[in-house]
Design a protein around this ligand. Structure first.
Ligand SMILES: Cc1cc2nc3c(=O)[nH]c(=O)nc-3n(C[C@H](O)[C@H](O)[C@H](O)COP(=O)(O)OP(=O)(O)OC[C@H]3O[C@@H](n4cnc5c(N)ncnc54)[C@H](O)[C@@H]3O)c2cc1C
Length: 363
C-alpha cells in the first residue's frame, strides 16, 4: 500500500476511535471494532519491513512516520495507542531476534489481523513466569489486551537467563481480579495465567538474555512517549476549545496556563522526535542512545504531568466531571505515564551525562 493511502485510511479510522473512547472507558470494554478498523486500514502491518508487506515504519530513517502514527492514535485514544504500541513492540523484537521462519509467520499472522501483546511484567506478589521442561509455569501481570490479544510475546525465567517466547494466547487464562486501574480502562490490563502451556523451542525467540540487550530494550520506550504526547495534544485542544467557548481565553492567567501547556507540548514533541531518531537510527553508541531515550522518557513524563496540572487549573471542576473528555483523558494519561523504574532510568541517564557531554552541549 502506498504511504499516502495509509495516512488517508488512518484519518478515516480515527473519528470512530475518538467517538467510541468514552463508552469504552465507561464500560472498561476492549476496543474490538476500533482495532478491527485499524487492521483493515493496514495499520497493524505498518511496522513490518517493506519486504514482508509492511511500510517499514520505525525502521532506520522512518521514526518520523512512527511518531506521527503514535501521536494521532494517542490523541484519539490512549488505550488504543497502548494496545497498538504493544503490538509494534512485539513485532520489533521478533524482527530483531527471530528466525526467518518466525518472522515469516509473524508477518502472515499480522497481515491476517492477529494482534500481538507484549507481556513481560511478573506479578508483584508470587513467582515470575518460568519455562520448565518446555512448558510454562506461572502468570504475567499488567497485561494489556488480557484475554483479547491473540498472540503474546512473553519473558520467562530459565536456568540460562530470561528468555523471550512468542505464543498463541488461546490456551492462556485471564485471571479475574477485583482490582482495576482507574485510567486506561479500555486497554484491559489484567493478569494472565500460563501454567501447563507447552512452549517448545519453536516458540523461543532469540537467546536467553536478548530481551534486556541494549539499546533495543530501553530505546523502544520512545514509542510510549510518542503516544503520551498524543494524549497531551488532546488536552491542549480541549483547553483551547473550552476556554474560548466559555469566553475565558482573554484572561491573562488563563492565557499563561494555555501557554504553559503549549510549551510542554512543543518541548515533548522535540524530545520525542529526537529520541525516535536516535532509537530507530542506531547510528550512535548504545550507551548514548539509552541515556538519551531514558532522559526523553522522564522529560516527557514530567511535561505531561505539568500540562495535566495546568489543564486542571485552567478548566477547574469541569476537568473532574465524570464523563467529561478532559477528565477521561487526564485519567488515562496519568495512568499511562506510570512506566517502570523512573528513578533508575533518570539515574542511569544522569550518570551517563556526568561523563559525556549532552548532544549540542558545547565544551
Ligand atoms: C496502562 C498500562 C498498561 C500496561 N500494559 C502492560 C503490558 O501489556 N505488559 C507489561 O508487561 N506491562 C504492562 N504495564 C506495566 C508496566 O510495564 C510497568 O510494569 C508498570 O507500569 C510499572 O509501574 P509502577 O509505577 O508501578 O513502576 P515501579 O517501577 O514500581 O515504580 C514506582 C515507583 O517506585 C520506584 N521504584 C522502582 N523500583 C524501586 C526499588 N527497587 N526501590 C525503591 N523504589 C523503586 C520507581 O522509581 C517509582 O518511583 C502496563 C502499565 C500501564 C500503566
Amino acid at each position: 500500500m502506498p504511504e499516502t493511502d495509509f495516512w488517508a485510511r488512518l484519518a478515516s479510522a480515527l473519528p470512530c476511535i475518538r467517538s467510541q473512547a468514552a463508552a469504552r472507558d465507561q464500560g472498561a470494554q476492549y476496543p474490538d471494532d476500533e482495532l478491527r478498523s485499524l487492521v483493515a486500514a493496514g495499520l497493524f502491518a505498518a511496522t513490518l519491513p517493506i519486504s514482508y508487506g509492511g511500510l517499514g515504519f520505525g525502521m532506520p530513517g522512518q521514526s518520523a512516520e512512527m511518531a506521527r502514527l503514535f501521536y494521532q492514535l494517542g490523541h484519539a485514544s490512549l488505550p488504543v495507542a497502548r494496545l497498538y504500541e504493544a503490538h509494534v513492540n512485539a513485532l520489533h523484537l521478533i524482527f530483531q531476534y527471530g528466525s526467518p521462519a518466525q518472522q515469516q509467520r509473524t508477518a502472515e499472522d499480522t497481515l491476517a489481523g492477529e494482534v500481538f501483546a507484549l507481556w513481560v511484567t511478573d506479578p508483584p506478589k508470587g513467582e515470575a513466569l518460568r519455562l520448565e521442561d518446555d512448558h510454562l509455569q506461572g502468570a504475567k501481570a499488567f497485561c494489556s489486551g488480557a484475554g483479547r490479544a491473540t498472540r503474546a510475546l512473553l519473558t520467562a525465567e530459565t536456568p540460562e537467563g530470561i528468555r523471550m517466547l512468542v505464543v498463541p494466547t488461546n490456551a492462556a487464562r485471564h485471571i479475574p481480579s477485583g482490582l482495576a486501574l482507574s485510567g486506561m480502562r479500555a486497554a484491559i490490563t489484567g493478569e494472565m495465567a500460563f501454567s501447563g502451556i507447552p512452549a517448545g523451542p519453536e516458540t523461543w525467540l532469540g537467546a536467553p538474555g536478548d530481551y534486556l540487550k541494549e539499546p533495543v530494550f530501553s530505546g523502544g520506550a520512545w514509542r510510549g512517549s510518542a503516544a503520551a504526547l498524543g494524549g497531551l495534544g488532546a488536552l491542549l485542544g480541549l483547553v483551547r476549545d473550552e476556554l474560548r467557548g466559555r469566553g475565558r481565553d482573554a484572561a491573562p492567567q488563563q492565557r499563561a496556563r494555555f501557554g504553559q501547556i503549549a510549551m510542554a507540548h512543543e518541548a515533548a514533541r522535540l524530545w520525542v522526535a529526537q529520541a525516535g531518531e536516535k532509537a530507530c537510527g542506531l547510528r550512535e553508541p548504545s550507551a548514548d542512545i539509552v541515556a538519551y531515550v531514558n532522559l526523553a522518557r522522564i522529560a516527557v513524563e514530567q511535561l505531561c504531568m505539568d500540562a495535566l496540572q495546568a489543564t486542571q487549573r485552567a478548566l477547574g471542576l469541569s476537568a473532574f466531571m465524570a464523563g467529561a473528555e478532559a477528565e477521561r483523558i487526564g485519567r488515562d494519561l496519568a495512568a499511562y505515564l506510570r512506566q517502570p523504574a523512573i528513578d533508575e532510568v533518570l539515574d542511569i541517564a544522569a550518570a551517563h551525562y556526568f561523563a559525556t557531554p549532552l548532544p549540542g552541549e558545547f565544551t
